[in-house]
Design a protein around this ligand. Structure first.
Ligand code: PLP
Length: 362
C-alpha cells in the first residue's frame, strides 16, 4: 500500500484531520506522562476525568450550549437514539416526524412502537431530493416533539431553516452535519449525532438535551437508554466509550484552532460552492438534490449513464480518491466533504471531474 494518504470521500466513518491522527499517534504509548495509552486507562482515573470533562467543555463552548442543556456521551450509535428518543420524550404519547430520507424513516418506524406517531411531511415521492417547506408541514400543537434529520447523508439534502413549531420541542438528528455550521441550540429540545462523520470516530454518540424534557421516560425504559440516569451520572453510569471521547476532544481542539464554527462554516461553504458551481456549469453531470436544499456535507450527482458512473468510481481510485460511489438508493456518485476534507481534496476532485468529462462526454 502506498504511504501517501488518499482523499477519502466516505460518508462515514470518514476522514479525520491529519493533526488529530498525529497527536493520537504521538500519545498512543504514553498519554501525557501517564505511562499508558488512553485505551488502557480507567474511566475513573483523574487523567481520564480531565479528558471527558475537557471534551464536554469544548463542545459546550463551540456550540454555545446553554446551561439548561445536558450533554451526554452515549453508546450504541445514532440508531440507538431512534428508540431512546421516543422512550424518553413521549410523555403524552404523540410525536410528529418529518421524513426526508432513509434515517428519518428508520427513526419514524422505530418510534411507532411507542406512541401515536404522525408523518408531518415527506418528500419520498420525489426520491427525497428536497426538504419540505414550512407550509407543507402538518404539525400538531400538542405533540410531545417534532423530529427531523438536519442533513440527509444518503440523498445529499440539508435543512436550511428551523421550522416554526409553536413551542413543540424539535428533536434533530445532526449525525452528518453537527459542527459543520453555527446553530442556535436553544431552538432545539434535543440534538443528537454519532461522532464518526464530523466529530471523530465510531463509538460515541452525543446527545444534547434540554433539562426540562428529562424525567418523563416510559415505564420499562432500559437503564442504559434512560437520559435522566445518564445525565445524573455524567455519562459515567457504566464505562463510557473512552477512546472515542478522547478523539472527540482532539477534533474539538482542532476546530478551535481553525477559528471555531464560523470559520469552519465559511470553509465548508467555499468547498461545496466549488463543487456545485462546476456541477451547474456542466451538461455532463447532473446534481441529485434540488438547488435550494443541497447539502454542504454530502454532494450527490451522476454522469449520463450507470456504466459511466461505475467507470468514474474506478478511475477516481486510481487518481487518489476513495469512497465516491453513491448509495444504492440514489445511485451515481456521492462526495462527502465533511470538516476534515481539505479544500485541496475538493479541487482535486473537480479537476478529475473535468478531465473525466473531457474524455467521456459528447
Ligand atoms: N443518522 C444519520 C443522518 C446517518 O447518516 C447515520 C449513518 O450514516 C445514522 C443516523 C446512523 O448512525 P449509526 O450508524 O451511528 O447508528
Amino acid at each position: 500500500m502506498a504511504d501517501k494518504r488518499i482523499f477519502n470521500f466516505s460518508a462515514g466513518p470518514s476522514m479525520l484531520p491529519e493533526e488529530v491522527l498525529r497527536t493520537a499517534s504521538e500519545q498512543m504509548l504514553n498519554y501525557k506522562g501517564s505511562g499508558m495509552s488512553v485505551m488502557e486507562m480507567s474511566h475513573r482515573s483523574s487523567a481520564y476525568d480531565q479528558i471527558i470533562k475537557e471534551a464536554q467543555r469544548r463542545l459546550r463552548a463551540l456550540l454555545q450550549i446553554p446551561d439548561n442543556y445536558k450533554v451526554l456521551f452515549l453508546q450504541g450509535g445514532a440508531s440507538t437514539q431512534f428508540s431512546a428518543i421516543p422512550m424518553n420524550l413521549l410523555r403524552s404519547g404523540s410525536a410528529d416526524y418529518v421524513i426526508t430520507g432513509h434515517f428519518a424513516n428508520l427513526a419514524y418506524k422505530e418510534a411507532t412502537k411507542y406512541g401515536a406517531i404522525q408523518v408531518a411531511g415527506s418528500t419520498q415521492e420525489e426520491n427525497f431530493s428536497r426538504i419540505p417547506t414550512q407550509e407543507e408541514l402538518q404539525l400538531r400543537k400538542d405533540a410531545d416533539y417534532v423530529y427531523l434529520c438536519s442533513n440527509n447523508t444518503i440523498y445529499g439534502t440539508q435543512w436550511k431553516y428551523v421550522p416554526q413549531t409553536q413551542g413543540v420541542p424539535i428533536v434533530a438528528d445532526m449525525s452528518s452535519d453537527i459542527l459543520s455550521r453555527t446553530i442556535d441550540v436553544s431552538q432545539y429540545g434535543l440534538i443528537f449525532a454519532g461522532a464518526q462523520k464530523n466529530m471523530g470516530i465510531a463509538g460515541v454518540t452525543v446527545v444534547i438535551v434540554r433539562e426540562d424534557l428529562l424525567g418523563f421516560q416510559l415505564a420499562g425504559t432500559p437503564t442504559m437508554l434512560n437520559y435522566q440516569i445518564m445525565a445524573d451520572k455524567d455519562s459515567m453510569y457504566n464505562t463510557p466509550p473512552t477512546y472515542a471521547i478522547y478523539i472527540l476532544g482532539l477534533v474539538l481542539e482542532w476546530i478551535e484552532r481553525q477559528g471555531g464554527l464560523e470559520a469552519i462554516e465559511a470553509r465548508n461553504e467555499r468547498k461545496a460552492k466549488l463543487l456545485y458551481d462546476y456541477l451547474d456549469s456542466s451538461t455532463f453531470y447532473q446534481a441529485a438534490a434540488q438547488k435550494q436544499d443541497r447539502s454542504l456535507m454530502n454532494v450527490t450527482f451522476c454522469t449520463p449513464s450507470k456504466e459511466l458512473d461505475a467507470l468514474f468510481v474506478s478511475e477516481s481510485i486510481k487518481a487518489g480518491m476513495s469512497n465516491l460511489k453513491g448509495h444504492r438508493a440514489v445511485g451515481g456518485i456521492r462526495a462527502s466533504i465533511y470538516n476534515a476534507m481539505p479544500m485541496e481534496g475538493v479541487e482535486h476532485l473537480v479537476a478529475f471531474m473535468k478531465a473525466f468529462e473531457a474524455t467521456n462526454g459528447g
